[in-house]
Design a binder for this molecule. Structure first.
Ligand code: 4NP
Length: 169
């Protein structure tokens, strides 16, 4: 049996994902990063993974059924209740990853000056030149958009984790 190294100190990081409605992309991102963290045996590096939306349109709702179906088809459990971003999130999370440029600008506008979160596009962790860095909103499209978001999230998550483990995230 291989054991994960212990990391009992305070250097575990907290990560959150943000999209508009917190029912399609960011709950999928949360699920994918959690799954990849476990597969790559890096749970000792992460304290918390969460997600929220810039809007409260769907607060209290579960993930969109197409997000659930796509995650299930790819063997990834998803379980989340939608909520809107809060000011306290900017102190709670080391990283807040935006799905698209609009989410990024909205988060930067809201962020209290001097708060700890590093806010960036999750696509900053793209290492595939053929892949789009922006995770576009799949809500009004068909199932292909959800599968394409999944592929991007899986690639960005594994790149992020690889860099986190190497101390270069
Ligand atoms: P998400 O997708 O931001 O990836 O959760 C959306 C969900 C709902 C809406 C827009 C985008 N909406 O307009 O209700």
């Amino acid at each position: 049996m291989t054991r994960e190294p212990s990391n009992s100190g305070d250097n575990k990081i907290s990560v959150a994902f943000c999209c508009l409605g917190n029912i399609c992309r960011s709950p999928m991102a949360e699920a994918v990063l959690r799954h990849a963290t476990s597969e790559m045996k890096l749970s000792h590096l992460i304290k918390e993974i969460d997600s929220f939306g810039t809007s409260g349109f769907h607060s209290g709702d579960g993930p969109d059924r197409r997000t659930v179906q796509t995650c299930r088809a790819n063997g990834v459990p998803v379980n989340h209740v939608s909520r809107q971003v809060r000011l306290s999130d900017f102190e709670r999370f080391d990283y807040i990853f935006a799905m698209d440029r609009e989410n990024l600008e909205d988060l930067k506008y809201m962020q209290p000056r001097g708060s700890k979160s590093k806010i960036m596009l999750f696509g900053a962790y793209c290492e595939d030149a053929r892949m789009d860095k922006i995770i576009s909103d799949p809500y009004y499209g068909g199932p292909d958009g959800f599968q394409s978001s999944f592929r991007q999230l899986d690639h960005f998550s594994r790149t992020f984790l690889k860099k986190l483990a190497a101390g270069t995230a």
